[in-house]
Design a protein around this ligand. Sequence first.
Ligand code: ADP
Ligand code: MG
Length: 334
Amino acid sequence: MLSEFELIDRFFLQRARQARAYGRAAHLGIGDDCALLSPPAGQDIAVSTDMLVSGRHFLPDVDAIRLGHKSLAVNLSDLAAMGATPAAFTLSLALPSAHAAWLEGFSNGLFALAERFDCELVGGDTTAGPLTISITVFGHVPRGQALRRDAAQHGDDIWVSGNLGDARLALGLFRNEWDIDQPAATLLDVRDAMETPEPRVKLGLALRGVAHAAIDLSDGLIGDLAHILRRSGKMASVNVDAIPRSARLAAQTTQIQRMCTVAGGDDYELCFTAPVSARGRLKDIAAESNIALTRIGTISDTASDVATQPGTIAWVDAADAPISLSLTGFDHFE
Ligand code: ADP
Ligand code: MG
């Protein structure tokens, strides 16, 4: 059995020191009571924390490499949504036992992603307990340029990156929620969306000065877009049929497609608003970043009636006919 300190040293400290980003964000990293970070002059530090609990955020038997990836990916996704450059992170781990093979996989998945985004591991905490992973990320963004939720403006287009709904489709297939026969390949395909999401960091950076408001889609479009709307005091009209989806999802029933694209969580794509004048620039950004960007709706000011309160989303179909959706975003306590 590994001791707490052997475990930290072998799977986290040594790995952090081998990383290309070592010493870049912190002039004192793992090993003291605190890390000391050195933010670039004139930039704000963007901070975000995300916790992953076994059985709630991932299936208990998920592959350790994929779990290492996802734990950091969901945090980097928050930096992406803010238009921040990743710099550093801390890792707090509760582990039922210290299994070297599992830790090796977890550490490999985690550091592979950390290396790609030059994000330096600067500290953490390790304890015995039910498997829980809590990461705090630190990023940099020039003062005044962060993509905030409260900045949507009347007339803005609403955009989303990539495809939505595959992670939810995978979860439904795992849980046998729908009485549908699927070729095994479908499950493998959408399973990647659920277990190895790609944080849209480069897109977030490219959107600085172009997008108005932004959020990353972790709890489902319907709930996450409503966060932008409420914070901005706006409402929206969204075309459900315009929401981009994979061919796998498009082959399912309309009901499954809508529930996965509208209310499915774990997409980690960006949803953002931008003025109509930015359409040309966004086309270029999509081409440069090789990420599809799709326009799904419009932001508008609210009126005084109940039907147009801040946060309201008016859903329409491809024929522009209003439809009512009885779907909600994910809430841990509902
Ligand atoms: P403390 O007693 O202050 O909680 P610890 O003994 O828990 O410190 O940790 C020793 C050092 O190892 C600290 O610098 C801490 O940031 C780091 N550390 C602990 N766990 C991890 C981890 N899972 N990943 C990275 N660094 C860690
Ligand atoms: Mg500790």
